[in-house]
Ligand binder design. Structure first.
Ligand code: ATP
Ligand code: MG
Length: 329
């Protein structure tokens, strides 16, 4: 059975982009893959953080993922399994500065003020490669924004194999959904929807109430033209294209199906229908999340059991990598 690894940062409550780009596919992959899902808390301190907020968001994300249908035994938090940090360090020494300099996520997150960001943000992709390869995972369900990091994972794995003279790490394949692989901000169609966007109006999160969802969709940026009959007509209208794509992904239809229903109309009726659809699909996740959050001890025990399992899989792999490197035990 193919092994799948994927992670999400506990930097906030998971949003619609995380759901459509990643979590929804994790739930499907569980059926016929050996899955490992991780709250990557080591990654989440690469940007400034507050310890109490990190604790709360790790629990909140755990509740959300369980509510969305992730099996409890497959879930843990990264810092509880030492394989990540140990292999991450080895990969810091395998990866090349030239490779990291090309990573667009670092450029997006660091912005103009590069000098003032953490070294951790810069080597984030090396740790991500370690996350995946510590499990010898071969499939990684991610959104489009992570494609470049998966390519780097293969470069690092191959360089390790080449330098150590053994075929130790497998090739990794990004598993990017055909629809909604890059959900955009509701406020700006040129930016992806992100947990770290300061505007709460930019994203729908998995704990939003029906009223929150309706309001955010009503306020979502659009334009004054009616909806066209073809997707080509949306090529210069990123906000409208984003909403149509969200609708299609959420209802498992094609964007063409959606346009066939709403073309020629303004955004009013379309937004009402989209809000209803989102409420119908997400409200059960929100209420189950609230229920799970009542029992913190249960959430902690889920993470502990998941970490034990993750440790038993990754430990022999990372010990072998350490032996190949030349570390004595
Ligand atoms: P942050 O802003 O803190 O980086 P994020 O919103 O980018 O948070 P991550 O935890 O970095 O979320 O990513 C978790 C998963 O969700 C990854 O697989 C990523 O590719 C996917 N993802 C993130 N944003 C989107 C998006 N807007 N559309 C589709 N998939 C997304
Ligand atoms: Mg991200």
């Amino acid at each position: 059975m193919q092994r799948v690894f994927s992670g999400i940062q506990p930097t906030g409550i998971p949003h619609l982009g995380n759901y459509l780009g990643a979590i929804r596919n994790w739930v499907t992959l569980q059926e016929d893959h050996d899955c490992v899902f991780c709250l990557v808390d080591l990654h989440s301190i690469t940007m400034p953080w507050d310890p109490q907020t990190l604790r709360e968001q790790t629990l909140g994300s755990t509740a959300c993922l369980l509510a969305a249908g992730i099996e409890p035994t497959r879930l843990y938090n990264q810092s509880a399994v030492s394989a990540h940090a140990r292999l991450g360090w080895i990969f810091n020494c395998v990866s090349r500065l030239g490779w990291l300099n090309r990573m667009t996520q670092f450029k997006d997150k660091a912005g103009k003020n590069r000098e003032n960001h953490s070294a951790g943000l810069y080597v984030y992709p090396n740790l991500m490669a370690a996350d995946i390869l510590a499990f010898h995972a071969t499939r990684v369900p991610v959104g489009e924004d992570q494609r470049q990091h998966i390519e780097l994972t293969n470069d690092i794995g191959q360089k390790f194999n080449h330098d150590m003279g053994v075929e130790f790490f497998p090739q990794v394949e990004a598993f990017i959904p055909p629809a909604a692989a890059r959900v955009m901000s509701l406020r700006d169609g040129s930016k992806k929807m992100s947990k770290s966007d300061p505007s709460e109006q930019s994203r729908i999160v998995l704990t939003d109430t029906a009223d929150d969802i309706a309001l955010k969709i009503r306020r979502a940026k659009t334009d004054s033209e009616p909806l066209p009959s073809e997707m080509d007509g949306l090529s210069e209208r990123p906000e409208a294209r984003n909403l149509v794509s969200i609708y299609a992904a959420m209802s498992n239809e094609t964007p063409a199906d959606i346009l066939a229903r709403f073309s020629g109309q303004g955004f009013g009726p379309f937004k009402n229908a989209l809000a209803d659809l989102l409420v119908e699909r997400l409200a059960p996740v929100a209420s189950e999340t609230q229920r799970l959050l009542q029992d913190e001890a249960h959430l902690l025990s889920v993470l502990r059991a998941g970490a034990e399992r993750a440790n038993s899989v990754s430990e022999p792999i990372v010990q072998e990598a350490e032996r190949l490197v030349g570390f004595l035990r």
